[in-house]
Write a protein that binds this ligand. Structure first.
Ligand SMILES: Nc1ncnc2c1ncn2[C@@H]1O[C@H](COP(=O)(O)OP(=O)(O)O)[C@@H](O)[C@H]1O
Ligand SMILES: [Mg+2]
Length: 245
């Protein structure tokens, strides 16, 4: 039996009184690329942050690569080892070089010897086409370059799946493409990906399925072609009209 990459079954999450995720059911196959869109505050970040337990859910089940996320810290550690995450703000350490940023987690969390961690880091920096910047500090790089480093840093942990939370929305427009191209290359290599983005060109090109969320619920989910040309729900239609204007 092949286990799904992610299974969410009847997941609910509250922030205090606020019901942030409502009965979310979702199964993501291995190698599948999911794009998540929806208005601000609809729960997109909350949903993907629940997948590596940066947020905890209060009911329902979340199973990542066969491991159920529970209060047991071992399950959380196990899942986090397999899940890479890239945020809107790159969160690179400013006092470490690009190379050191990429070596940090492999050395400390995976206990890789430094020489080996360095080779891994250079390999992935090469992949995101930024190896020549390895000795620089983040501040010396453009936003697009920093985000590519952040992607390389996540890949250095050899994750089985990657979560992206609006990876291009803090970038100047001219840098969006280089980051999307990097993500597209990763997708082509077969990585399982969940991407919160409003880059609908990317969604059309790369996504196997697109999800529209509103008010903590998955309102609609479908293949990009159907999703964009024939959305079924009024809320999806009006959202798409706004962002595709
Ligand atoms: N730590 C938090 N405490 C309280 N409310 C939160 C917290 N994080 C998010 N929320 C609320 O949950 C809702 C969903 O947030 P979020 O998942 O960030 O939405 P999105 O990513 O779609 O913009 C929003 O109304 C937001 O204000
Ligand atoms: Mg968000």
């Amino acid at each position: 039996m092949t286990e799904a990459a992610i299974r969410m079954i009847g997941v609910n999450k509250w922030y205090g009184e606020f019901h942030a995720l409502r009965d979310v059911d979702l199964e993501v196959a291995r190698g599948e690329k999911i794009v998540l869109c929806g208005p601000s505050g609809s729960g997109k970040s909350t949903l993907i942050r629940c997948v590596n337990r940066l947020e905890t859910h209060q009911s329902g089940r979340i199973v990542v690569d066969g491991v159920e996320l529970t209060d047991d810290l071992r399950s959380v550690e196990e899942v986090r080892r397999e899940v890479g995450m890239v945020f809107q703000h790159f969160n690179l350490f400013p006092h470490l070089t690009v190379l050191e940023n990429c070596m940090l987690a492999p050395v400390h969390a995976r206990k890789l010897p430094r020489t080996e961690a360095e080779a891994v880091a250079l390999h992935y920096l090469e992949k995101v086409r930024i190896a020549e910047q390895a000795q620089k500090y983040p501040a010396g790089l453009s936003g697009g370059q920093q985000q590519r480093v952040a992607i390389a840093r996540a890949l250095c942990m050899k994750p089985k799946l990657m979560l992206f939370d609006e990876p291009t929305s803090a970038l100047d427009p001219e840098m969006v493409k280089e980051v999307l191209d990097t993500m597209e290359a990763l997708a082509r290599e077969g990585m399982t990906m969940m991407v919160v983005t409003h880059e609908m060109g990317f969604a059309r090109q790369v996504a196997d399925r697109v999800i529209f969320m509103d008010q903590g619920q998955i309102v609609e989910i479908g293949a990009p072609e159907a999703f964009f040309t024939a959305p079924r729900h009024e809320r999806t239609k009006s959202f798409l009209q706004q962002i595709l204007r």
